[in-house]
Structure formats: structure tokens, C-alpha cells
Design a protein around this ligand. Structure first.
Ligand SMILES: Cc1cc2nc3c(=O)[nH]c(=O)nc-3n(C[C@H](O)[C@H](O)[C@H](O)COP(=O)(O)OP(=O)(O)OC[C@H]3O[C@@H](n4cnc5c(N)ncnc54)[C@H](O)[C@@H]3O)c2cc1C
Length: 371
């Protein structure tokens, strides 16, 4: 029996595996990832924003936790951090769920630095549609750098890594759980059984897709097929990030892993969504989905607010499944799920709405008996 097995080699799986070795002193830890490499799914296909609270004026707890986690993430991943751009948040005059005064008060309450943007930046916005523009403190991360970190950190922690294989079923075995591991594209006849005292299900969109004695988590999940455009910004916008709050607007952030900007739009980024109860494999659904890009529409709408965005050149679109807690539909919050299995000994399911929430998960695990 090994000490722990982590299912899923995204940012969470890697961070948790290394936490178990470094913080909890476990010796024999193994990680299994169904893709050919680590951090290829949501942990790569996201907007690369290191949240610092600004994004969540309707979810004080999420914003506040981001403020706590931001400096920790920045300190832990120095080589992945990109801060050399101007970070602008703008408040729309119409259809916004907050006005500029409310946004400024909210930032003051969570202690997030906020100053009115100088004219050279505010003049980039259409003053008929934008009430106020602010300078903020928010960074981006380089997902390619995090991939290298994952490889080195797992090796430094002597975690045994198996890629190209997936866990399909789990069964209770004495004090531990036995997982069946198969080649991702295999039939199942050549499965390997591994028993671990602790199993951490860090499979994000795949969280409820395990078989055997595994029972779905109690928390309701919602899946979305999302599109983020990757664009080359016109020179006047190249050194900027721009987020327009708080409603059917958009956000453009540097995407260091590709040397481009990502563009997301509240109306066009989510292509379709479904409740997890539907019992469908989210990865299979994404594979089947036609993936007709809407990035042109994102640009067209965003350019109403920032006219020079019309000059952006489309380079690509990243499609991914985003999995969120159904209860956050209204407040836009991004909290965490940590559930201990009722049927499988030492088995935990974990999901974090943002990269930095991994520290909240570790905070909860600190209180668990793991030996
Ligand atoms: C469009 C989009 C934009 C986002 N923007 C941001 C942002 O700007 N900032 C931010 O902080 N967060 C953002 N997020 C959220 C962030 O990406 C996630 O919180 C984070 O990546 C979750 O990490 P993870 O390791 O749980 O998931 P993943 O990286 O998806 O890892 C899960 C892994 O499990 C593997 N897996 C699944 N099933 C199995 C199985 N049965 N056996 C073995 N392996 C399995 C998958 O292949 C995958 O590699 C965004 C997400 C999306 C989709």
C-alpha cells in the first residue's frame, strides 16, 4: 500500500501531491494524469489572472480570500509571475451591477489598491459608455512556466508520475482505497490496481466520473464549454490589461505562455452549459463540440468600449470545460469544494474555482489527520 495517490495532474493535483510530501511528510506518493502531459487542461486554458479581489464585487468572501492568497502565490511562483503591464479596471455606465462609487468602496473594504487612471489611459475608453477607469494591482502568470515548475517540483518531491493513464474505478480495501488505472485510450483489460491510504481526486471537470464504489460529490456542479480568444493587441494596448465590470462585458489580459493577450467576454465565452447530474463526460462533450469561434464577436462588442480594440488581430481560440459550483451562479463567487468520501476510506474530492484557492484547500487539509 502506498501513502497517497493523486488523480489528476493539473495545478491542483501537482500542488496537493507536493504538499503531502513537503508539509505532511508522506513518503510514497503517486500521481496519475490521463493526458500525455501535466497542466494541459484548465490549468493551461485559463485567463492567467492572479486574482487580487477586484473581479468579485458581488462576492466579498471570494474577493477577500483572493487578497490573502495573492501575495502567497506571487511569492511561491516568482518565475511565473508577469507584472510588467498596466492593469486597468473600468466600470460601465449601463447594465453594470456596480457603479464606480460602489466599486471604489468595495476595493477600499478589501484593502485592494485602486487609483483613478491618468488621462493617457482613460482616453482609450468611450466616455459615453464608461463611467470611470482605475489603475489596480493584479498580475498574470505564465502557464508554460508553471508546467516546468510542476515537472521539477514533483521530481524534487520524489512523486511517481504516470501520464497517459486514467483512473476509472475506486474500491474500499481495508483502511485504504484501491484505484484501477488504465491507459487513457485502452480497453480496460490491462488495468493496474494500486492501493493507497489516501486518495485525492483532483480531476476538476472529471470529478464525478469515477466508477466502482465512488459516489458523486454532494455539492452540485455546473460545466460550461468556454472559449477564450487569443489576440495580438494593437501597439497602443499591448502593455495593458483591461477589465470592464460588472455584467455582460469583457476582459483582456496578457497571456504570457503564448506571448499574446487572452480575451474573454461574459456573453460569448460560455458557449453552452449543463448541470453535472446529466451524467455526461465533460471531456467527451468538449471533444464532440463543433467549436465555432466567437472571438470576432468578442472584439466587436469590446471595441464599443475601447475603440482601438477593433485593431486586435485574432490568432487562436482556446476551448475548455470550466466547472463551477452551481451555488455560485448568482454571486459569481469562485470558492472551493473539499469532500471526504462516505464510501471510500481516506478519499477526498477537491475542486478550486481559481488557481490561488489551492491555498484554501491546503488550509482545510492542515486540519485533517493525514499520517
Ligand atoms: C476559461 C477559464 C478561465 C479561467 N481563468 C482563470 C484565471 O484567470 N485565474 C485563475 O486563477 N483561475 C482561472 N480559471 C480557473 C482555473 O483554471 C482552475 O481553478 C484550475 O485550473 C483548476 O485546476 P485543476 O488542477 O483542478 O484542474 P485541471 O488543470 O483541469 O486538472 C485536472 C486534471 O485531471 C485530469 N483528469 C481528469 N479525470 C481524470 C482521471 N479519471 N484520471 C486521471 N486524470 C484525470 C485532467 O486531464 C486534468 O489534467 C479559469 C478556468 C477556465 C476554464
Amino acid at each position: 500500500m502506498i501513502d497517497a495517490l493523486v488523480i489528476g495532474g493539473g495545478f491542483y493535483g501537482v500542488a496537493i501531491a507536493c504538499y503531502l510530501v513537503r508539509q505532511r511528510g508522506l513518503d510514497r506518493v503517486r500521481l496519475v494524469e490521463r493526458e500525455a502531459g501535466l497542466l494541459t487542461r484548465a490549468s493551461f486554458h485559463n485567463q492567467a489572472r492572479i486574482h487580487n479581489g477586484y473581479h468579485y464585487p458581488r462576492s466579498y468572501v471570494t474577493a477577500y480570500r483572493s487578497r490573502i492568497n495573492f501575495p502567497r502565490f506571487v511569492a511561491d511562483f516568482p518565475s511565473a509571475i508577469r507584472s510588467d503591464f498596466v492593469k486597468l479596471y473600468a466600470v460601465a455606465r449601463r447594465n453594470s451591477k456596480v457603479n464606480a462609487q460602489q466599486f471604489a468602496r468595495f476595493c477600499s473594504e478589501i484593502g485592494a489598491p485602486l487609483t483613478p487612471a491618468p488621462g493617457e489611459y482613460s482616453k482609450l475608453f468611450d466616455a459615453n459608455l464608461i463611467e470611470a477607469v482605475f489603475l489596480t494591482q493584479e498580475y498574470a502568470f505564465d502557464a508554460a512556466d508553471l508546467k516546468s515548475w510542476a515537472k521539477h517540483e514533483l521530481s524534487a518531491c520524489a512523486v511517481e508520475v504516470t501520464t497517459g493513464c486514467e483512473v476509472r474505478a475506486c474500491h474500499p480495501t481495508g483502511d485504504g482505497t484501491t484505484v484501477e488505472i488504465n491507459a487513457t485510450d485502452g480497453e480496460g483489460s490491462d488495468s493496474e490496481a494500486v492501493t493507497a491510504r489516501y486518495v485525492f481526486n483532483c480531476t476538476y471537470s472529471g470529478l464525478n466520473r469515477l466508477g466502482g464504489a465512488f459516489t458523486p460529490v454532494d455539492t452540485r456542479l455546473k460545466h460550461e464549454i468556454t472559449e477564450m480568444g487569443l489576440v495580438e493587441m494593437p501597439s497602443v494596448l499591448r502593455g495593458l490589461s483591461i477589465t470592464v465590470l460588472d455584467g455582460p462585458f469583457f476582459s483582456a489580459m496578457p497571456f504570457p505562455a503564448r506571448g499574446l493577450h487572452s480575451l474573454s467576454h461574459v456573453r460569448y465565452t460560455p458557449h453552452l452549459y449543463w448541470q453535472d447530474e446529466a451524467g455526461e463526460d465533460p471531456y467527451a462533450r468538449l471533444d464532440r463540440y463543433a467549436k465555432e469561434p466567437r472571438v470576432d464577436r468578442m472584439i466587436r462588442d469590446a471595441a464599443r468600449y475601447v475603440p482601438s480594440l477593433a485593431e486586435a488581430t485574432v490568432r487562436d481560440s482556446l476551448f475548455e470545460v470550466k466547472t463551477v459550483l452551481a451555488k455560485n451562479e448568482r454571486d459569481d463567487g469562485q470558492p472551493i469544494l473539499l469532500e471526504k468520501s462516505k464510501t471510500l476510506p481516506g478519499f477526498y474530492s477537491i475542486l478550486g474555482g481559481k488557481m490561488d484557492n489551492v491555498y484554501d484547500i491546503m488550509g482545510f487539509l492542515d486540519d485533517e489527520i493525514i499520517q
